[in-house]
Design a protein. Sequence first.
Lengths: 331, 331
Amino acid sequence: MAVRRKRRLEIAQYVEGVLQQDRVVVSQAITLIESTLEEDRTLALQLIDQLLPYTGKAIRIGITGVPGVGKSTFIEALGQHIIGQNQKLAVLAVDPSSQRSRGSIMGDKTRMEQLAMQPSAYIRPSPAGTSLGGVASRTRETMLICEAAGFDVIFVETVGVGQSETVVHGMVDFFLLLMLAGAGDELQGIKKGIMEMADVIAITKADGENVHPAKMAQNEYQSALHLFPPAANGWLPKVVTCSSMMNQGIDNIWELVQNYITHVKKNAFFEKRRQEQNLQWMFETIRSTLEEQFFRHQDIKKELPQIVQQITEGNLPPLTGAQKLLDIYKN
Amino acid sequence: MAVRRKRRLEIAQYVEGVLQQDRVVVSQAITLIESTLEEDRTLALQLIDQLLPYTGKAIRIGITGVPGVGKSTFIEALGQHIIGQNQKLAVLAVDPSSQRSRGSIMGDKTRMEQLAMQPSAYIRPSPAGTSLGGVASRTRETMLICEAAGFDVIFVETVGVGQSETVVHGMVDFFLLLMLAGAGDELQGIKKGIMEMADVIAITKADGENVHPAKMAQNEYQSALHLFPPAANGWLPKVVTCSSMMNQGIDNIWELVQNYITHVKKNAFFEKRRQEQNLQWMFETIRSTLEEQFFRHQDIKKELPQIVQQITEGNLPPLTGAQKLLDIYKN
């Protein structure tokens, strides 16, 4: 405990360091945010409270795509482009599943090598967390820290195969889906509903022999998207091609992001969406806290496996199972 | 209280009545299910417990579409077709929003007039409930009652504009989306992500001058769906046209449902999905119960509005707001 405490700063030091864009303090602040210790949580909440007036100015972009789509090289390319425009970029990851093995931490360090060396870029792997709700909440808080530290653009990266896309969609201003040319096996991994959330779909690896298939995919998706429900904000999702390797189409994507932001700022959907996201965040925090407290309870932990088994075997009605657990928790 | 109790039967009477397919007892059992009185809940859980061995044999079909798509006439037409094949049909509605005004109860009685007169059909409007979770849970329970009462097919109907589609998708074997021809304004009402959940999309009102636009829409959607992620169960969603008025294409839709069921029973996805749905149901029940208890709490009710306002105005970080409420609840 003493060792751990030693690594914590005073609240004023965190605030000052973050606002002065001290990279080391930013990292320490994020580590504080990610801590699950109760005393750290109290401090973390105070920190965010004090930083709140300095947050909200960045453009928040969700980026998703299945493994193999070239997400890291794409983020490198787009990241370099953004930095080249004198903007500061933070890249955060939301990926609770890979955290179980702690695999992505090493992965993130070797990935995006060039970007990681840039002083205007900051790359932070996914926080450790048992639940998606926990990881998502920490990512949101980390986003605020980065905003207070003067980052202009924040990428929230996720693997397009799980539940996390909906969660990321709920915390960003713009949602970018990366896809490969050719509608076939590579679609297998994508979760249903994700395509309809995208503000821009980028067909990656449009170079060499892939240029033609990518163009074809672009046309197909663009006409398909016309058939799907339009967004309330009046933005019609665009489909583009790009090559991270050849650095082609990357600037175009950044232009689209800016067009989009201009569009939604003009019609007030930008502000409206952020307000909704904030309320949603509060309700989700309450929900996930209640749930975590429930499932962390010793007696629940003990009873849950056999109830799950009985329900799976059809020997127990789901709501009787739920009632049993709720009764245990109540007493 | 005495009046209310008088209307309740003994548990054995409910069980016997439902199993003997006594229509009056079925209705009384569903009324019991829908009751929020604690003593009724206990009885309801016992009832479902005892009926469980007789449930699970029906085909559960979710039907959705925006107002104006002709949902009632479609359900009449498909319902008549199903009854014509010596099958018994129950039609349940999930529509928490319209329940606030209690509008749909009268609506349901005047809608589907022909079907309502059939002895093999049973139409039950949406239960009253404050939350979607509550309504959804009651609908699931009602579904079990109907199955124990020997209904072969159950329609769960919803309006395709809210959150309820995902919930309904989570309780049925097959999901049918009704749409109008011409991709335009009529898409406005549909929530994003719903199209990707559909196992069959039916373009309705394909009669008279509408035949050609409907065929065109069919082709467009069918090619668009090829571009979207396939379902894990290997079923490629079909797009068809139909006219409830002319009774055209209705038989084809029923055949597709049966093909689908055969397909997923063969590859074991039918059973797998039901097991998953049951577990999901248990977890959802726990979640929504915890949440309902929280938001029903007097002190929470009192504090919530101003916290919501402060967050909306940007004066309070969402998680500080959440923490405040959680602290109040704890003490």
